[in-house]
Design a protein around this ligand. Structure first.
Ligand code: HEM
Length: 352
């Protein structure tokens, strides 16, 4: 059953991936922060010292626009608007063999996408279909280069997000395609991952319900153990020394963030959910390209997870007899496609 505890090793060249693979926590954090390591397609003139991105480049514009679109005030407003929906969706779950993905994660995230993007309801289905193409291409990517099909889907989705029917107050910005794909697909996948994992850990599930002060830390731990983001891709703009090896200029890198998050040298008993970890996980990336939607992700996970696992009226437990669940099985993004539960009335003293 996924995830398995990996065994991080020093960086090595994979002939299969035609790239250097980096997986130990120390090496992954060093690569993600390294000024001479960039995302695929980026350029850094190595004769000059790299300048921190001040927001003027295409990447900086995406970051700035995404963060502005998801300001603290907006997040608070969406949290208030969407908390009742989360509770309603949970209340509507059937008692036996309910699926938290189709029953809660997807409808809740689609409502969030609608609110954040302002896409007209009639356009939503088409926009989500293009987002699905982009998400599946990202999930199964084995390098940072997008395929031709992705370019077409991205163009069409941007047109839909920029259409006159989209509310002008939430008009498309440079990061809106990436954000729409993330909210409609990455976010429900992250919910599936963390709920699947929480259901396997009865004690933290009880803590989540009874100790609101630990909820944020439990969610952080669930993201560490079970983030859907398995790897990110990088390129060395010059020779880079990491983990005792030299990665040559122009080399591609596969940065295994999921393995780093389970590195036992940093996270003792890596599969245990502990609220007192001191090293930050890299589930949402790190450095210049750290997830620009991280605060929105945390808000969304807290809102929906609390509606499922922390309400007084119902207890959700793993449906043990259910059929095995398919996983996305992507190289870059993975997660269960369903989370099957039974829903009992009242609060259980013991959940198994
Ligand atoms: C609310 C939904 C989300 C939005 C709006 C969003 C937005 C973004 C954006 C714009 C970036 C690029 C940042 C940059 O290049 O500077 C990014 C990066 C990233 N996001 Fe998200 N994201 C969301 C959800 C998620 C989820 C659910 C995960 C996984 C748990 C995730 C994991 C990551 C990771 C690992 C990166 C770094 C990629 C890299 O280093 O190459 N994101 N996100």
């Amino acid at each position: 059953m996924k995830p398995e505890v990996p065994c991080p090793r020093p960086p090595y060249f994979s002939t299969q991936q035609n790239a250097w693979v980096v997986s130990a926590y120390a090496d992954v954090t060093s690569v993600l922060r390294h000024p001479l390591v960039g995302v695929v397609g980026s350029t850094i003139e190595v004769s000059r010292p790299p300048v921190p991105d001040a927001g003027g480049t295409a990447h900086g514009v995406v970051r700035r626009d995404t963060q502005a679109a998801f300001s603290a005030a907006h997040r608070q407003e969406w949290h208030t608007d969407l908390t009742p929906l989360a509770h309603r969706l949970v209340a509507q779950l059937p008692e036996h063999d309910a699926d938290l993905v189709t029953g809660v994660a997807i409808p809740w995230c689609l409502s969030l996408a609608q609110l954040t993007s302002g896409v007209a309801p009639a356009t939503m289905k088409m926009a989500v279909a293009h987002a699905a193409t982009l998400f599946h291409a990202s999930a199964h990517a084995t390098s940072g280069q997008p395929g031709g099909e992705s370019a077409h889907a991205a163009r069409t989705l941007l047109e839909l997000l920029s259409s006159p029917e989209t509310e002008t107050t939430r008009a498309a910005h440079a990061g809106s395609v990436q954000a729409f794909v993330a909210i409609t697909h990455s976010l429900p996948t992250a919910m599936a991952c963390i709920w699947h994992t929480l259901l396997l850990h009865p004690a933290p599930m009880t803590t989540y319900r009874n100790a609101p002060q630990h909820r944020a830390a439990i969610i952080e731990e669930l993201l560490r153990i079970a983030s859907p983001s398995r790897v990110v891709f990088r390129v060395a703009h010059d020779a880079v020394h990491v983990g005792g090896v030299t990665i040559p200029r122009n080399a591609s890198m596969v940065v295994r963030i999921a393995d780093a998050n389970l590195d036992a040298a940093v996270f003792h008993h890596p599969m245990r959910i502990q609220c007192d970890r001191t090293s930050p996980p890299v589930a949402l990336g790190l450095g210049l390209h750290h997830c620009a939607g991280a605060s929105l992700v945390r808000m969304a996970l807290e809102c929906t997870t609390s509606a499922i696992f922390a309400t007084g009226e119902r207890t959700v437990a793993r449906a043990t007899g259910a059929l095995p669940v398919p996983w996305i099985n992507g190289f870059a993004i993975d997660g269960p496609q369903a989370v099957r539960v039974n829903v009992h009335p009242g609060v259980a003293s013991h959940v198994s």
